[in-house]
Design a protein. Structure first.
Length: 199
């Protein structure tokens, strides 16, 4: 699961050829629908309940972000300690989503799908599972945030019905103490907040 170009951890898969790439080598081209590779992969979504599954989530989080805590909506969350669902392909965990419950909404704390399993609707299924749980508990909305450089995530969430409702300028640059280079070399500065109203 390493980037073809530099050997760093791959977090994305090219939608045209399937090559695994890191954030620095991910690019945002225009792609027609027939060139987007979608695969049908059997997977099961289930509630993460065992310590083994929490350890798997910890490994995912460290692989994708380097640390177990994530800052979202001005609060730090230990991802593996939050309620979560895991996606299984056979016996192998290939993705996860963790969330936090608040009085009238859920926050998606983190979501990750192994690069080689992207494009098979696993991410969509994970978000839909959390949305279904929120609806059952009569929550009014589902919230998520991402960084300004993460155009794949922005497209992913908007395709699922989320809308940008707030931008927190420079909050990520302040968190890191500098402006980092993100996807396609874009500067990582701002947190973009999205919501899906649950009616």
């Amino acid at each position: 699961m390493n980037c073809k170009y530099c050997g760093n951890v791959a977090t994305y898969k090219c939608s045209v050829c399937g090559t695994l790439v890191c954030e620095a080598h991910a690019k945002q081209p225009t792609v027609c629908p027939s060139c987007i590779r979608k695969t049908k992969e059997k997977h099961a979504i289930r509630r993460a309940s065992s310590e083994k599954e929490k350890d798997e989530i910890r490994r995912f989080v460290k692989q994708f972000w380097g640390k177990e805590e994530q800052l979202t909506f001005e609060r730090k969350y230990n991802v593996a300690e939050q309620p979560a669902y895991v996606a299984k392909a056979g016996k192998k965990t290939v993705g996860f989503i963790s969330f936090a419950e608040n009085a009238d909404h859920f926050i998606i704390v983190a979501i990750g799908v192994q690069a080689e399993h992207q494009g098979s609707e696993i991410g969509h299924a994970l978000v839909k599972k959390v949305e279904s749980k929120a609806r059952k508990l009569q929550k009014k909305k589902l919230l998520v945030s991402t960084s300004n450089d993460n155009l794949p995530a922005l497209g992913f969430y908007q395709a699922l019905g989320f809308q940008i409702f707030e931008v927190k300028p420079n909050i990520l640059a302040e968190k890191h103490g500098q402006v980092l280079a993100g996807i396609s070399g874009l500067p990582v500065r701002d947190e973009l907040r999205l919501q899906k109203i649950l009616r």
